[in-house]
Design a protein around this ligand. Structure first.
Ligand code: SF4
Ligand code: SF4
Ligand code: SF4
Ligand code: FES
Length: 934
């Protein structure tokens, strides 16, 4: 039962052994068979015998420090620790002898002699392993008195906004240190001192906030006492029940146990059985959910005739009728195609499906687009063209079998932190790493992780670099000929070979374009082609370019050329940005595609939707998002329904977007907060947070996971109900009793989802990867195993064409953009949480040389100007960025980063070129205080 489950996960004490060979032993008279390498503690736990323990947990390798888990083994002297003792064939183990009981009592007595013993007022009361163990061993008195030296008055560290460290209840079990090292890979904690003086310190003993700690919370989760505990538990007490749901931030799609008191969320604990995250999380998903109950939430619908008027709060019926009347009036005067809508990658699959259905069936056109347009639409185009499916090929688990990881145009430590933690685990085991990025991202030189190659290319030159890598592999005949012959189109491959052998693709030619030394290109190509399982992980640093689709096809060429596709540990892995950007694209949010990526001009597909929906549908693709803006400025597009996306902040060339919004007669914004776009809206419909929704999200590995409603929608209506109401008011009623019925309709109409339902997802342990249908009833973890979805893989010619955006004397620096760990996209959610403690403004990273040339010092306010606009940021002078390149984020409207970005787009998909903007930077007199747009 997933809805309400025990708060504490079953813990077998030590990790599972991966050995296939079994051994037989006896524990307390029970004979059992377990894999070789299993600890005695785990073997016992598997038979239901719980050996007392404190320092062991099955998420961490055994440490053997607390001496509570002692056992006796026939034929052996002493009392070995069961957590560090592996099973052996024929072993006979006793876990509950009188001698052991006495020893354990003695150990517990020592622990408790230096413990506050204020259990009744301790926040961990009832959820404390020390308390449990005191009960289990039967301790009744402490003989040592409480007058001697102790730690009971030790100072607490409350610097982290989300959790507190209280050394007085620390038992120095080291679980926090091991969690930080082994799970998260940040190495922020250390055990300092020995014996009585031993204590846990963060960083250089300067507190959690000032240390390298990234606030992932793994240490808090690992702590068996209240020494590390969430502030929300301290303030509100412990949860009464827990519900499994899915994070609403990034495309990793971590599973969580939402721990509740009634309809109050107390804490989010990463779900141990979550297949995307395996019990880990980051600061956003674990802690940054306070925005959902933030005072600035708008919970009443509002309307106004003109955008220079004040908002007028109204009831739902009036707001829906007002919106529908305006949209219908526009269509009567300007034609059926004069309106459209934008679906949200923050909303569920079911909500997104309903919005595109409303646009196609109720508005009667295909003018639907999604924020996927501005991030991964080139992934859709590039992968569909080469291998036949617009999605990543693997599971996140697959990273455990990677030998060579290529991280290209992505910064997982900031944008996909749980994946980064899993990748770093693998890299610490010895896998090799190639980073291709203009910035020295954290992975290049993280604790105990070093990239073998960092190809610090100039922004905009991905294709030249990827072509050079392929050139070397061909030139040195490192091709997987067997794979290519069996799996790829012969003619396309032959043509591509002729192309890639051209001198223009040689490393020396690439060096002149990209700035990456030819020798490094050769070395990286050899490593990827010959280093074993090679997997490519890429992000928006690939797609958000004028050649984004070309770069994605070049990635697919590389994977096919080396046979690195169709099995564990390899593949092409687009790191999707938003929690449900994969799902919103799957659900038919593009103007040319129905759900399941089927073209609107396909008569058979269109007819299936016409039949199911009872309407006639247009066979021509509708307007893409940038085309909607252009059409608005030329007067032919007048009304927009915008769900859960702040286009005035997140889309490029803000002035252009704002002008387009101002030219429209009816802009409907549905969101949690009055965002930047709402300044230009006529109708505001309150949205619901993920805590108020039922449905599914689909993550970057095609994994469809349940999102569960934990509390009633704050505004009284769930988002799917609002869409149905608006559709009904437009004259096309859509009736469902529950989002599960929407998913059932999606499954009926979409072959890749045919086997998906709420019940099936539950039956499969909480998630399933599409395709899930009769051919794959349990889903598809790895795609393209025996053949590509399109049959034969197709090599594509990927000629490098420089972007029109060049540095000039007037704009000599190239600016690229990205994210930071603590903030998320337009910041709508994270800016309303305590995550501001880490990052409360967008900074401009600039190389020391470029800063010195301009008289700029670290922290100075600088004016950044591009052809599109200008803004003011503070300078972060750092060698993380190459000379000639500057970098910033786009989380704060006050800095208006997208005022600078241009309206250059990918040639195939119109995805904006966020990643390359020529700019000039000067020292400014004062920082920006408000958005620099009209
Ligand atoms: S919160 Fe995460 S990064 Fe910080 S000390 Fe704990 S485990 Fe390490
Ligand atoms: S803080 Fe918690 S996990 Fe860390 S050593 Fe102390 S008791 Fe163990
Ligand atoms: S890694 Fe992504 S999905 Fe996981 S907790 Fe963090 S933001 Fe949420
Ligand atoms: S649990 Fe085995 S020594 Fe602590």
């Amino acid at each position: 039962m997933l809805e309400t489950i025990a708060k504490r996960d079953r813990d077998l004490g030590t990790p599972a052994s991966l050995a296939t060979h079994h051994v037989q032993l006896t524990i307390d008279g029970q004979t059992l068979s377990v894999p070789a390498g299993t600890s005695v503690m785990r073997a016992a736990a598997q038979t239901g015998i719980m050996i007392p323990r404190l320092c062991a947990t099955d998420r961490l390798d055994a440490f053997g420090s607390c001496r509570l888990c002692l056992v006796q083994i026939d034929g052996r002297t002493g009392t070995p620790a069961s957590c560090t003792t592996p099973v052996e064939d024929g072993m006979v183990v006793h876990t509950e002898t009188e001698r052991l009981k006495t020893l354990r009592k003695g150990v517990m007595e020592l622990y408790l002699s230096d413990h506050p013993l204020d259990c009744l007022t301790c926040p961990a009361n009832g959820d404390c392993e020390l308390q449990d163990m005191a009960g289990v061993v039967g301790l009744r008195e402490i003989r040592y008195g409480r007058d001697g030296a102790h730690h009971r008055d030790a100072e607490t560290d409350a610097s982290n906004p989300y959790f507190t460290y209280d050394p007085s209840t620390c038992i120095v079990c080291n679980r926090c240190v091991r969690a930080c090292d082994d799970i998260q890979g940040t190495f922020a904690l250390a055990l300092q001192g020995r014996g009585f003086d031993a204590r846990i310190v963060a960083g250089q003993d300067d507190g959690f906030l000032a240390s390298d700690c990234v606030s992932c919370g793994a240490c808090v989760q690992a702590c068996p006492t209240s020494a590390l505990i969430e502030n929300s538990v301290i303030a509100q007490g412990q949860a009464r029940h827990a519900v499994i749901t899915t994070c609403a931030y990034c495309g990793v799609g971590c599973g969580f146990k939402a721990e509740m008191q009634g309809d109050q969320l107390i804490r989010m604990t990463p779900w141990k059985d979550g297949k995307a995250n395996r019990g880990h999380a980051c600061v956003k998903g674990r802690f940054a959910w306070g925005y959902a109950t933030h005072a600035e939430r708008i919970t009443t619908p509002m309307i106004r005739a003109r955008t220079d008027q004040a908002w007028r709060p109204v009831g739902w019926d009036e707001a829906i009728a007002f919106a529908a009347d305006r949209l219908r009036d526009i269509q009567a005067r300007h034609g059926v195609n004069a309106i459209g809508g934008i679906t949200s990658s923050r909303c569920t699959n079911e909500e997104t499906y309903l919005v595109q259905k409303m646009i196609r069936a109720a508005m009667g056109n295909n003018n639907v687009d999604t924020c996927g347009r501005v991030c991964h639409s080139p992934t859709g185009y590039g992968l569909k063209t080469t291998i036949g499916e617009s999605a990543g090929t693997q599971t996140f688990d697959s990273v455990a079998q990677v030998d060579v990881a290529v991280v290209l145009g992505a910064n997982p430590s900031a944008a996909h932190p749980v994946f980064a933690a899993r990748l770093k685990q693998r890299l610490r085991q010895g896998a090799r790493l190639i980073v291709i990025d203009p910035r020295r991202i954290e992975l290049v030189d993280a604790p105990h992780v070093k990239a073998d190659f960092h190809l610090a290319l100039r922004p905009g030159t991905n294709v030249a670099v990827l072509n050079a890598l392929a050139h070397v592999i061909v030139d040195e005949d490192l091709i997987d000929h067997t794979f290519v012959q069996a799996r790829c189109e012969e003619k396309a491959f032959a043509q591509w070979l002729d192309f890639i052998r051209l001198p223009e693709n040689a490393p020396e030619a690439s060096e002149a374009i990209s700035g990456v030394p030819a020798a490094a290109l050769r070395g990286a190509a050899r490593l990827y082609a010959t280093g074993g399982n090679g997997a490519i992980y890429y992000g928006l640093g690939v797609t958000e370019h004028s050649q984004g689709s070309t770069a994605v096809m070049a990635i697919a060429n590389l994977a096919m050329l080396t046979g690195n596709i169709g099995r564990e540990g390899v593949g092409i892995n687009p790191l999707r940005g938003q929690n449900n950007v994969q799902g919103s694209c799957d659900m038919g949010s593009f103007p040319h595609e129905f759900p399941g990526y089927r073209h609107v001009s396909d008569d058979a597909v269109r007819q299936s939707f016409e039949q199911a929906w009872g309407v006639t549908l247009q066979a021509e693709p509708g307007l893409r998002l940038p085309n909607m803006f252009d059409a608005a400025l030329s007067g032919s597009f007048k009304g927009l329904y915008c769900q859960g996306e702040d286009i005035a902040q997140s889309d490029p060339n803000t002035r252009h977007v704002v002008a387009a919004l101002q030219a429209m007669e009816c802009v409907i914004v549905q969101d949690l907060f009055l965002n930047e776009t709402a300044k230009y809206a006529h109708v505001f419909l309150p949205g619901s947070s993920f805590l108020e929704k039922d449905g599914t999200f689909t993550n970057a590995e095609r994994r469809i996971s349940r999102v569960r409603r934990l509390m009633a929608p704050k505004a009284g209506m769930a988002d799917w109900e609002v869409t149905c109401a608006l559709s009904g008011a437009l004259g096309y009623p859509m009736e469902y009793a529950h989002p599960g019925e929407v998913l059932d309709e999606i499954a009926r109409l979409t072959p890749t989802f045919a086997g998906v339902s709420f019940a099936r997802i539950d039956a499969l342990g909480g998630s399933v990867q599409w395709p899930c249908n009769d051919a794959a009833p349990e889903g598809t973890p790895i795609m393209h195993v025996d053949e590509f979805v399109r049959g034969k893989g197709r090599f594509m010619i990927t000629r490098y064409v420089p972007t029109d955006e060049r540095s000039t004397r007037r704009f000599p620096l190239l600016m690229t953009t990205g994210r930071i760990l603590s903030q998320y996209n337009a910041g709508t959610q994270t800016r309303r949480t305590a995550n501001l403690a880490w990052h409360d403004e967008d900074l401009l990273e600039i190389h020391p040389q470029d800063a010195q040339d301009r008289g700029i010092e670290h922290g100075d306010a600088v004016r950044v100007a591009s052809r599109a606009g200008d803004t003011v940021l503070r300078a972060d002078v750092t060698e993380n960025i190459a000379p000639g390149v500057v970098y910033t984020t786009f989380h704060f409207p006050g800095c208006g980063t997208n005022v600078l970005t241009t309206d250059n787009t990918d040639w195939a998909t119109d995805c904006p070129e966020y990643k390359v903007t020529a700019v000039q930077v000067h020292k400014a007199m004062q920082p920006a205080t408000e958005m620099l747009v009209p």
